[in-house]
Structure formats: C-alpha cells, structure tokens
Design a protein around this ligand. Sequence first.
Ligand code: ZN
Length: 365
Amino acid sequence: MEALEPSCLQDISLSSSVSRADPPCNTSARKTTNPPFTAHRSSHCHLTDYSPDDKPWDVHRALADDVGGIYAGAVDFERYAARMADCAGVLRFGWVENHLTGENSLSLREAHFCRVRHCPVCQWRRSLMWQARFYQSLPKLVEQYPKARWVFLTLTVRNCLVEDLRDTLKAMNGAWQRLIKRREFKPVLGWVRTTEVTRGADGSAHPHFHALLMVPPSWFTTHYVKHARWVKLWSDVMRLDYLPNVDVRAVKPRAPKEGQTALDAKAQALQGAVSETLKYSTKPADMVADEAWFLELTKQTHKLRFVATGGALKHVLKVDQETDDDLALTNGDGQQDDGSRLAFNWRTSERRYRRAPNADKGASS
Ligand SMILES: [Zn+2]
C-alpha cells in the first residue's frame, strides 16, 4: 500500500500553520488580545491567505458549483441544485494553538452541509469523517485483536449500461450477502465495504466494491484463499457466466520507525487501504464529464446504500450519525480554540472562500 502519512497523524481539520501573530493579510491590524482578527479590515482576504492548507475547501466547493449546475438544468433535480447552492456557504473557524510550536492555526468550528449524495463537498467531508472514525476506533481494535491482519479486496463486474446500474448494484449487494456466508469468509473478524461507480470511456458504468477485511493470522496459513478461488467465489455468488476481475492484497505490517508507536505503525500501514475504501462513491471528474450519464446515475442510485459493515467493524463508521458537526469534524479533535469564530463565505464568481467579518461570531459567544 502507499507509504503516505496516516490521516490519523495529520490534523483532520486541515488547519494551517499560519501564525496568529503574523496575519497574512493585514499585519498593521495585529492585536495582542483575543480574538486576534475580529476588528481588522480583511474583506479582501481569502481563506487560503489565512490558511493555505485549507485549499481543498476551494477545490471541493467549486466542484459542488459545477455539479450543482448540472442539477440546476434538469427539472427533476432542481431541488438538489438548490440544496447544494447552500452547502458550506459560510465556514466559521476558531484559532487553535499548537503547544509544541506556539503557532496558531485555523480549525473549522461551524459549517452547514447539504447532504446531497453526490455533492463533492459532502462526499469529501464524509470520507474524512469515516476515516477519522476508523482511526479513532483502531486502538480498541488493536487491543481486542492484537494479532489481527488486514486484507484489501476489490470486487468488480463487467461494465453495464448506466440505465442498468440499479439492477446491477442490487445484484452485487445480494451477492455480497451470499459471499459473507461462504465458508471461505467465515474466519473474517470484521469488514467494511463501500461501493464505487466510475464512468467507462464508452459511457458505460463500472460499479465495484472495495472492502477492508480484518482477519486472524491463520488467514494466511490454514485459511488461505488463493486469488483464483476469490474470482470463482465472486463469480458464483454473483451468478455470472464469466470470471470477473478481483483484486485481493494483504496490508503489509510495518515495524515502527524510530519514535513511532506500534499503533502509529499499524495506522500508517493501513492508510492506503483505508483511504481507498472510505473515499467518494463517484469521482467529480466523472460527474461533470458527461451530464446525461451523471443524471442517469443519480436516478439509478436513489436511496441505495453505498456502505456496509459487519462483524467487529459493524459500528466503527457510525454511518447513521452525520450531523453538521460530524461533517465539520469539530467533535473529538480535543483541540481547544480561542472562542472566536472567523467567517469565510463562498464566492461563486471567484471560486474561492473569502473573509466575511460581518458573519463572525465573537469570542465565547
Ligand atoms: Zn453538500
């Protein structure tokens, strides 16, 4: 798997290291008392001036405008466009001090989300939220199952017409239910499974499952299931007359590096598989590439569940808990802020978030 920093080790609020004492936009307005920025003239500043690491907000919110624009032009989906136009319109941040460096950075504290399934902002936040929850539950899982290993499984079927997507996804869900009852699957301690749909170059749809399985060490010895057997199994439970593409790979354990705990090493080893499993269901580039395809996809996937969990991982993601605070990732990060609420609002014409002092909320309000 990829050797990236595990997201549990990153600041999940994507805050920056901009120092409170050195505001990027208006140093002449520097104040020494809290809140640091409430009074200065900053209406021409953008979120990325304050916090370069919050650039993903601009990127995802601009994509939401693009996707919302597709919905706005379709009579059946105008209500989605209206909801998305409102999504994350105002972001309010507090200042959080890094006790090691003494630097202050912005950390999101308030936002409202539209929860339209294919909204690029909501997909992105949901993915971060699920990843954060996964890593939060990891210490307990490691404690309960110290010897457990992880397997990343991808199950595909041949591309289908986007008009047949709903039937195909229902067949895949049924097949998964049969798969987990098979003898080969029995040793699995827990699993998380998500659905992704990509667009084929010919305008078809390519639905597939990503699954993260927690397995006992015996999985690699007495219970070993060869790749060819996985292909046959998936073909059987899918009731296919061909052999589908299946990818199965073990997450390689890593020895802790210097200064790293065993838990951090485990989290790092899992990072690639976790981010691949708990990501968007359809990438925004596929949505905007073909409007008719995307509108049909929306119709076909209406109210279908795109995530399932089982065994020891059954409650890890808490998929039914999705408040604005959950999506803002303000809960449980343990960071004390200064009580101020700096507002930035979305500017469609600029495709950036801009400082909006009039929408600020004061300290301790
Ligand atoms: Zn949204």
